[in-house]
Write a protein that binds this ligand. Structure first.
Ligand SMILES: [Zn+2]
Length: 257
């Protein structure tokens, strides 16, 4: 986690602005003691002092922390964005970033490797109840440049929720929406002779892959400018379940049609 509570004045402080001499610090959720991690390369952060039994900050990677800090710093500098908070305690959950953008309350969630679709669904429902639009972001990976890509369960879920787009964070408040089109596999033609000398053949056509998709990127968009709140009704299709929700959606028209 980027922030902890400094016991001397009970203020929420960033690890990067704090020193070990200001200890102790406690976790904003469980109130147990934290250790401060400061180095030359890694993003300064706090971690629970073991043993602990609290999920706040767990499953975060260096890339995840870097993303949160970068978005937070960028939104702070925008005049149309207010109430910017990182690791924002909203009662029933903690948002990676919370902000009011053009008057609309928005929670920005950066995908963690260990988060399940059930957990994403649960959190999205909680935001809906609180009247907050949610923007789920993933970290960009180079495999998205390939013609063939195998989206994970949560990417499929985001794709269904955000009307055929998944948002990948590029830097600061810039994200890349990616649509996943069908990927066609070529089935090789083969011929053989049946008893009696009749020639048979099969294949020689394309079929739609169940596993692979082709990433089709749209234009890069800015969180503070190119998005607006939208609602989505409950929906179920195949293995994907989407609760009624408020989403933060970019205004770009579908670019893959
Ligand atoms: Zn904790």
């Amino acid at each position: 986690m980027l922030c902890g509570i400094r016991c001397s004045d009970e203020r929420k402080v960033f690890a990067r602005e704090s020193t070990k001499e200001e200890s102790p610090f406690v976790c904003p959720r469980c109130k147990n003691e934290l250790v401060i991690r400061k180095g030359n390369i890694k993003i300064h952060h706090f971690a629970h002092k073991p043993p602990f039994n609290c999920s706040h900050g767990e499953g975060e990677t260096e890339a995840h922390r870097r993303c949160k800090e970068s978005i937070y710093n960028n939104l702070k500098s925008k005049t149309n964005v207010t109430h910017v908070d990182v690791e924002a305690d909203l009662g029933s959950l903690v948002a990676d970033i919370y902000a009011v953008i053009n008057g609309a309350p928005v929670a920005i969630e950066v995908q963690k490797s260990n988060i399940s679709v059930n957990e994403i669904t649960r959190r999205t429902t909680e935001y809906h109840k609180a009247g907050i639009s949610v923007l789920w972001l993933a970290l960009f990976n180079d495999r998205l440049n390939n013609e063939r890509y195998s989206p994970g369960a949560w990417e499929k879920w985001c794709h269904a929720v955000y009307f055929g787009r998944v948002y990948y964070w590029l830097g600061e408040s810039t994200v890349l929406p990616v649509h996943f089109s069908e990927y066609h596999l070529y089935v090789e033609e083969s011929t053989w002779f049946e008893s009696g000398g009749y020639e048979q053949s099969a294949g020689g056509y394309y079929k739609t892959s169940k596993r692979y998709k082709t990433p089709v990127p749209g234009n890069e968009v800015d969180i503070a400018t190119h998005f607006s709140p939208s609602t989505k009704n409950e929906w179920q299709g195949g293995t994907v379940y989407i609760p009624s929700c408020r989403i933060y959606l970019d205004k770009q028209r579908a670019w893959w049609k």
